[in-house]
Design a protein around this ligand. Structure first.
Ligand code: G6P
Length: 567
């Protein structure tokens, strides 16, 4: 980053105050950002770049080996200064310290959010209710290691003595998206004769299609659920039990084919899972932040304990960077603040995540839960209604597939859509010139989005005047580019932690609880009420709203017709 900018920013580190800040939109810096935005909003990226030929170099930040180019964002050095000031004014430093100290930063559930403890070195000590959680974490990591090594070397086998070849993770939300994304992302490092599958949906199609050609003697289910009560997961777990029993014909065999991961060991035991196959997680880690815990057991089995620990080391490096780096060179802080700038001041409604790496196919879906479940809130920590926007919508697709689909809207549509491009210098699977072309496309897209093509350029290129408006691309679409050396387990850890902490940064600015998800509960409760109505043979009168009543009646009538036809 520009040195004079850095010098100007350093002073802010000393401005931290313990005073409760004023409501966000009435804060001095928020108001300053509003007027600053009004001043620069019509200056486009073409102008910003032509005014400062060194902009590309100035607005490039490197941390833990990740290069972050934010020069194609619609901002100036003053914007960055104001955003940093906003972070200080919002007490971000104090909140980071509170998170790392294990304070109850998840206010609505009155508990800490200690995902950073899951990857802390064994020498660290973090106390929660008088217990050193790092010690607990490492005990479970060691148990996972023994189990993974046993399975990978055929020392832990199925009931009939056959080696386990199929590992099926049953879980949903945070008990699915993290391990599924990481198994896919790190497939290059996986034991190739292990077939790792995931079942999340309660739609039986997923269960039946996943298990269709598998031999129960060679299959192990890992049932992952923090609560071990989630309806979808428990139904799929019951289906797994039944499928195993049908194949193995012996209830005793189940113990060798079922693993449980939960914060409620009692529920795991009640399901019939042996203590040796039961792995503990803790209430102080949220599902969407739990990849580094035993929730990642399938990942450890796939890539081996050494690679898994390298991934944890990557997370840890980014944690340490986030905790200790001054804000002016703190990558998660800067990324989080840029999101605030685009969303709250630029009025962008969505963010596109565009990894130019096939192995990161599951990354946009993973980030959807991370950002939207964390920061999709409308009251502040004190429970007061907010008068500003919180999380935008996250979506995306791997390059170059997206280019031939929705990029048209990015280039010529009417919406402001900030993009995160993610690329790796080194190909894991080199083949001819494919990697060069992949990266050329990534660089070209961010260039095209930023600078577009004017009417005059189209005409100069030989386009007739009547056609030129159709070929004109307005440009000025903001993007950041993350460039890493190669997709290693360590790099994946850094990347995920980077996004986790940028979610936290935004949550602090918005003064919301990024670690609860009460909204999800309502749908669960209502599904619990409706399910018996669908099963109900008595056809009791329905007491719900007229639309839901009608839909249930339609379902019942169709079921009746089906039953009549079957008879
Ligand atoms: O791990 P579980 O207790 O089964 O919860 C699975 C998921 O359920 C809920 O719907 C939450 O929204 C998610 O944050 C959670 O990860």
């Amino acid at each position: 980053m520009n040195q004079s900018l850095q010098r100007q920013l350093t002073g802010f580190e000393t401005h931290i105050s313990d005073q409760v800040p004023a409501p966000l939109t009435r804060r001095k810096t928020w108001l300053a950002l509003e007027s600053h935005h009004a001043r620069i909003k019509d200056t486009d990226l073409r102008t910003l770049f032509s005014d400062d030929p060194q902009r590309g170099e100035r607005m490039l930040l490197e941390a833990t080996g990740i290069y972050f180019d934010f020069s194609k964002q619609r901002l100036t050095a003053e914007t960055v200064l104001l955003l940093m000031e906003l972070a200080h004014e919002s007490g971000l430093r104090h909140r980071i310290n509170a998170m790392f100290a294990g304070e109850n930063i998840n206010v609505s559930e009155q508990r800490p959010a200690l995902h950073i403890a899951l990857r802390a070195p064994a020498s660290a000590v973090i106390m929660v209710d008088g217990v050193d959680v790092v010690n607990q974490v490492h005990k479970v990591l060691d148990k996972m290691t023994d189990f993974a090594v046993g399975l990978r070397n055929d020392l832990i086998c199925g009931y009939t003595g056959k080696p386990i070849r199929n590992i099926i993770n049953i879980g949903i939300g945070g008990s699915h998206l993290g391990p599924a994304m990481a198994c896919q992302a790190l497939r290059h490092y996986s034991k190739r004769d292990l077939n790792i599958q995931f079942i999340a949906n309660v739609d039986a199609t997923q269960f039946l299609e996943t298990t269709a050609d598998l031999n129960p003697e060679e299959t192990l289910f890992i049932i992952v659920s923090k609560t071990f009560t989630t309806q979808e997961t428990m139904l799929n777990a019951q289906a797994a039990k039944a499928w195993l029993l049908a194949g193995l014909k012996n209830p005793q065999a189940l113990a060798c084919h079922l693993v449980g991961v939960s914060a409620h060991a009692g529920n795991v035991a009640a399901f019939g899972i042996a203590p040796a196959y039961s792995f503990e997680i803790w209430d102080w880690v949220g599902g969407r932040y739990s990849l580094c815990s035993a929730v990642g057991l399938a990942v450890m089995i796939a890539i081996g304990p050494t690679n898994f620990r390298a991934m944890l080391a990557g997370f840890q490096q980014m944690d340490e960077h986030f905790r200790s780096a001054p804000f002016d060179c703190n990558l998660p802080v800067l990324m989080g603040l840029l999101g605030i700038w685009n969303h709250n001041f630029g009025a962008a409604q969505t963010v596109a995540v565009l990894p130019y790496e096939q192995y990161l196919q599951g990354f946009p879906a993973y980030l959807q839960q991370l950002f939207m479940e964390s920061n999709g809130k409308s009251v502040n920590n004190a429970g007061e209604k907010l008068d500003y926007q919180t999380s935008p919508i996250y979506w995306g697709e791997v390059g170059t597939n997206g280019q031939h689909s929705f990029y048209q809207l990015l280039h010529q549509g009417t919406q402001l859509i900030p993009c995160d491009f993610i690329g790796f210098v080194e190909a894991l699977n080199p083949l001819g010139k494919q990697h060069e072309l992949l990266l050329a496309n990534m660089f070209a897209q961010s260039e095209a989005l930023a600078f577009g093509k004017t009417h005059a350029e189209a005409v100069q290129g030989g386009t007739p005047d009547w056609l030129a408006p159709h070929q004109t691309c307005p440009g000025n679409q903001p993007s950041s580019t993350l460039l890493l050396e190669r997709l290693s387990p360590e790099a994946l850890g850094k990347l995920v932690a980077l996004y986790e902490h940028s979610v936290f940064t935004q949550g602090v600015i918005w003064d919301i609880d990024s670690f609860d998800q009460w909204g999800v509960e309502l749908g669960k409760v209502l599904a619990g009420q409706i399910a018996p109505e669908l099963e109900n043979t008595q056809r009791s009168s329905l007491q719900l709203d007229s639309s839901t009543n009608n839909l249930i009646s339609l379902y019942r009538r169709s079921q009746q017709l089906l039953e009549t036809h079957t008879l």
